[in-house]
Design a protein around this ligand. Structure first.
Ligand code: AGP
Length: 608
């Protein structure tokens, strides 16, 4: 998604903007640009391509020199990636950068054309906003911004500079996230904290409809109605190192290796006397007892964590769980009762479709629980209850450690709910809890055990166009994530299929040498899964099997075996995830892809 930054202070503004934008590269982008006050005028530099292309352009044309300005990385929504569509966009006296979508930009453009404003250079909705600000500008920036905000529909954030207000940056948040960071005599805006953590850990979270004015190294805030606001200064509890690669060639590999610590940090504060205790998140045995049905709603990887959650909660707590893709749930008119619980899982806490589900559920009487990684994010703030996962910043677009900690929370929730509902006794709950406590070491051991094999097997995948992931039960839920991980960074077409369903159509796709990755960690289903592996093998498939170190697998059915530590069947997803992540990672590396920033993808999807 687009990234916004801004700066007012004594440093070289262009350097600050570019360095901050580099930290937002993980969000995905196709062009970049900055606008800086230079000798009282606004100097703009922008280009299609990466930040290195912008730097090269500025080296040729001259770098804007100044101490206040705004910057942007664009992820195209309206208009193709091109120099002219890149941000910033300007009206006669106003220049802006923009994240999000203006839904009614066509009507607003028509309004401007009807009023003889016809100087549109780009295909973007952003330029319409710049022109509209210019149209209403009467010398009072705040009045003008408020006027325009009343006309715009959509979710967006803006960074704005007015040509006759030098050394001042204005920022607005309407849904899309934006922070204002306060340093010593300098102040920043950014779409996300990692952009500016190098300069300061202190930041304000702009709320929907709030306007910030950055001037003289400080900031003031006002509401959409013009009321001055006092805001709480927050402090990030992680530092620049956590957001750096720390010697790893890619963030993804670093984040895979961070999983043991991430799980430990997430579960430790939620375990008391050997039993799960989620009361600090607003969840008590009484509340858990009351829920009749559970809906888990999320997107992508987070939704896959919900799939595992469904199997575990239903098995242990005997409560019906429905898992939905957020963008579908919103439009299917779901039957939600007042005694139901809706769980939204999201790493970023800003995913537009997941956020919209919260609004939909409000008014049904059902309770909402957010499982979110980013502190203070929209979903975390709007839900009735929140369990923060403590994975730390996840930079790679392909989610790894966030998924792992989401799984750990799903287990804790299932254990506590099952105990609260009297479906398991205290001894069983303690035994299960002890198993999850041991997971960080098991994950660590698994990484070491499978890394070489995954690297080797990935060389067998690079020349394929298409493959299948198969599994049964929890292995099927897990294979969905394995398949998504592989396709999003290796660009190999991949589907996950319930192994038993293959015969009903999909098996016709199997041709000589087509890779089929079978996840076979569920001993109770092993025989049946092995039969499915044999079926595809008999039709020419190249089979790769992920199973535990003791599983009895017929060697004739498999080309490559990836053995993982054996633990209780129910917790196997937390182990089997590791080879799936590494297979995806090494396949992407071997294909020479941009592992951390795969094409067309964004880290946080703030548009619907
Ligand atoms: C993960 O690898 C994906 N890039 C993507 O599916 C992601 O999980 C999804 O967009 C949801 O994001 P969220 O967890 O921030 O809501």
């Amino acid at each position: 998604m687009c990234g916004i930054v801004g700066y007012v202070g004594p440093r070289d503004c262009t350097d600050v903007l570019v360095s901050a934008l580099k930290k937002l590269e993980y969000r995905g982008y196709d062009s970049a640009g900055i606008a800086v006050f230079e000798d009282g005028k606004i100097a703009v530099a922008k280009t299609k391509g990466r930040l290195v292309d912008l730097e090269a352009k500025m080296q040729k044309q001259g770098k804007p020199q100044g101490h206040a300005g705004i910057g942007h990385t664009r992820w195209a929504t309206h208009g193709e990636p091109s120099d002219v569509n890149s941000h910033p966009h300007s009206g006669r006296r106003v220049t802006i950068v923009h994240n999000g979508i203006i839904e009614n930009y066509k009507q607003l453009k028509q309004f401007l054309i009807d009023n003889e404003r016809t100087e549109f250079l780009s295909d973007t909705d952003t330029e319409v906003v710049a022109q509209l600000l210019d149209f209403y500008y009467d010398g009072n920036p705040i009045r003008c911004i408020r006027r325009v905000l009343h006309e715009l529909r959509g979710s967006f954030a803006l960074g704005i500079v007015f040509a006759d207000r030098p050394e001042t940056v204005y920022a607005v948040r309407c849904e899309s996230p934006l922070i204002v960071a306060q340093g010593q005599g300098e102040v920043f805006i950014a779409s996300d904290v990692p952009a500016v953590i190098k300069y300061t850990k202190d930041y304000y979270l702009l709320e929907h409809g709030e306007i910030a004015v950055l001037k003289n190294g400080g900031v003031t805030f006002c509401s959409l109605h013009g009321r001055m606001l006092e805001k709480e200064l927050l402090t990030a509890d992680w530092d620049e190192d956590s957001a750096e690669k720390g010697g790893y060639p890619h963030y993804m590999l670093k984040e895979i290796h961070e999983q043991p610590t991430a799980v430990k940090t997430t579960i430790t504060p939620r375990i008391e006397n050997g039993l799960p205790n989620l009361s600090e998140c607003g969840i008590t045995p009484e509340t858990l007892r009351a829920f009749q049905n559970i809906f888990i709603v999320a997107c992508g990887t987070a939704m896959h964590a919900g799939m595992v959650g469904k199997y575990v909660i239903e098995k242990l707590a005997r409560v019906s769980v429905t898992v939905d893709i957020a963008s579908e749930f919103r439009y299917r008119n779901p039957l939600i009762g007042t005694d139901d619980l809706v769980i939204i899982i999201s790493q970023s806490g800003e995913t537009a479709d997941s956020k919209a589900v919260l609004n939909l559920v409000k008014g049904t009487g059902a309770k909402t629980l957010a499982i979110v990684n980013v502190k203070g994010s929209s979903i975390a703030r709007e839900a009735d209850m929140v369990i923060y996962t403590h994975a730390g910043p996840e930079i790679a677009v392909a989610s790894t450690k966030a998924y792992m900690v989401q799984l750990s929370v799903m287990y804790l929730l299932a254990f506590e709910m099952a105990f609260a509902k009297g479906k398991i006794d205290e001894d069983t709950c303690r035994r299960l809890t002890a198993q999850i406590v041991s997971m960080p070491q098991v994950i660590e051991k698994t990484i070491g055990a499978v890394v070489d094999m995954c690297q080797y097997v990935s060389t067998k995948l690079i020349s394929t166009d298409s493959l299948l992931y198969i599994g049964r039960g929890l292995d099927y839920a897990l294979s969905m994530e394995g398949s998504l991980k592989l396709k999003e960074i290796s660009y190999i077409h991949s589907e996950s299929y319930a192994a038993g369903e293959l015969k009903h159509g999909t098996i016709s796709l199997i041709t000589e040498g087509m890779p089929v990755i079978a996840v076979a960690t569920q001993n109770s289903l092993l025989e049946k899964t092995v039969s499915n592996i044999k079926e595809v093998k008999a039709r020419g498939a190249m089979t790769i099997v992920i199973c535990d170190e003791e599983a009895d697998i017929d060697s004739e059915a498999t080309d490559y075996l990836i053995r993982i530590p054996k633990i209780s069947e129910m917790l196997m997803p937390m182990v089997a995830t590791v080879p799936m992540q590494l297979l995806a990672y090494y396949t992407s590396v071997n294909k020479g892809n941009d592992v951390d920033k795969p094409r067309n993808l964004a880290k946080s999807v703030t548009v619907e």
